[in-house]
Design a protein around this ligand. Sequence first.
Ligand code: R5P
Length: 281
Amino acid sequence: MTGIITSGEKRLVVVSGRAHPQLAQDVAIELGTQVLSSTAYDFSNGETYVRFNESVRGCDVFVVQSHGDRVNDWLMEQLIMVDALKRASAKRITVVAPFYPYSRQDKKHLGREPISARLVADLYKTAGADRLMCVDLHTSQIQGFFDGPLDHLFAIPVLAEYIKSRVENPENVTVVSPDTGRVRVAEHWATLLGGAPLAFVHKTRDINVPNQAVSKTLVGEIEGRSCVLIDDMIDAGGTIAGAVNVLKEKGAKEVIIAATHPVFSGPAVERLSGCGASEVV
Ligand code: R5P
C-alpha cells in the first residue's frame, strides 16, 4: 500500500494539503515513504473537496500544510482533511502546521477583538486533531490554546549556526529584537551566539491599518557593531525594514536579518531589497 510504513503495530502515513506539497514530499522521503495519494479541488463557489485514495483505518497520520499565503483556504483545507481522516477511522491524527495560522492574534489588545489563534486551536480540535506540531510559534503560550499535546519545534538553533559561520568577528555581534514582544526570543538567540549583547527597537502600530508598523527608538548599543535582527515572521516586511533603518541611522556596521517564517506578502521583497540589510536568512 503506497504511503504507509508497516512496522509492528505502527502504521505511519503522511498526507499533504495543496499549499506546498513539496514540503510533505521531502518529509516523506526522509521517512522512507511516500505521500498518500489524495484528490482535492475547489468548487466554483470556493468550497474545498478532499478525499484520500487509500484506506487510513488504524493509521498514525501526519497532515502537512503550509499557511504562508491564502491562509484561510489552506487552513480550511487542512481542517477538512482532518475531518475526512477522523471519519475514515485513522488511529491518531497529527496536524503539522510549521507556521501556525493566525499566531499573531494571540491576545486581545482592545475590547471586542477576537483571540483568533485560540479559535484556530479549537477548530483543529473539533475537526479531530489529536496533536499539533509547529515551528517557532509567535508566542509560546499558544501551546496552551490546544487541548492536547503540541510539539513546539525550534528552527532558531539552525539559523544561529548559520549566523555563527557567517559573521567575521563574533565578539562584535549584537542581537536585536525588532519590537518589545520578541525580547525573550532574542535572549535565547544571544545565548546561542555565545552571550552576545541585546538591543531592541520600539515599534508602534495603528491598529486600524494592517501591515504598517512604525519603528521608532532603539534601546541598546549597536554603533559599529554587526546586528543580527531576528523575528518569527516577515509578512509585508514593514517591521523588519523599519528596524533596519533605525539600526543604520544609529551607526550599525551591518545588519543581518534572520526569521523563521518568510511570508513575503505584498511589498515585502521590495522593502527588503531596499532596506540596507546585508542578508536575509
Ligand atoms: C509581530 O509581532 C511579528 O512578530 C512580526 O514582526 C510582524 O507580524 C511582521 O509583519 P510585517 O512584516 O508585515 O511587518
